[in-house]
Design a protein. Structure first.
Length: 134
């Protein structure tokens, strides 16, 4: 089995077994980094930790202490929150009529299909029943 060589941001290199992932690289550097790692940047592209690395690439490990890591953590958390809301409020077997998405600052926003794609508030005024007026 062949090995692959990874270049780190400080210019040093690590040799790992072929098929090694970003999680394997973080564990090779240290157990604290392996626990704190959220994703890896491979030649400037963010990737999941479980994706295999390629030979000769430049890799940096992203943790929650960086701006990119904090953004990724908030974005992922927004998706988990949206799924929890759907699980709580949607009756079993009912199709979801709203699509949920995370905004750039990590908030969750709903959009209702058939209304131009944006969530609009309905008027809080109650309508009078139709029919005879008094």
């Amino acid at each position: 089995m062949s090995n692959l060589t990874i270049t780190l941001p400080d210019g040093s290199s690590r040799t790992l077994a072929d098929g090694a992932t970003g999680a394997d690289l973080a564990a090779d550097i240290g157990p604290g980094l392996a626990k704190a790692a959220l994703l890896v940047n491979v030649d400037g592209e963010g990737r999941d930790l479980d994706r295999p690395l390629d030979d000769g690439t430049s890799v940096s490990i992203v943790t929650a202490e960086s701006d990119e890591g904090l953004h990724t953590l908030r974005h992922s958390t927004a998706h988990v929150l949206a799924q929890a809301v759907l699980d709580l409020w949607r009756a079993p077997g009912t199709p979801c009529r709203r699509s949920w998405r995370a905004t750039s600052h990590g908030a969750v926003r709903s959009s209702t299909p058939g209304r131009g794609g944006s969530a609009r508030r309905r008027s809080s005024r109650r309508r009078r029943p139709r029919g005879r007026r008094r």
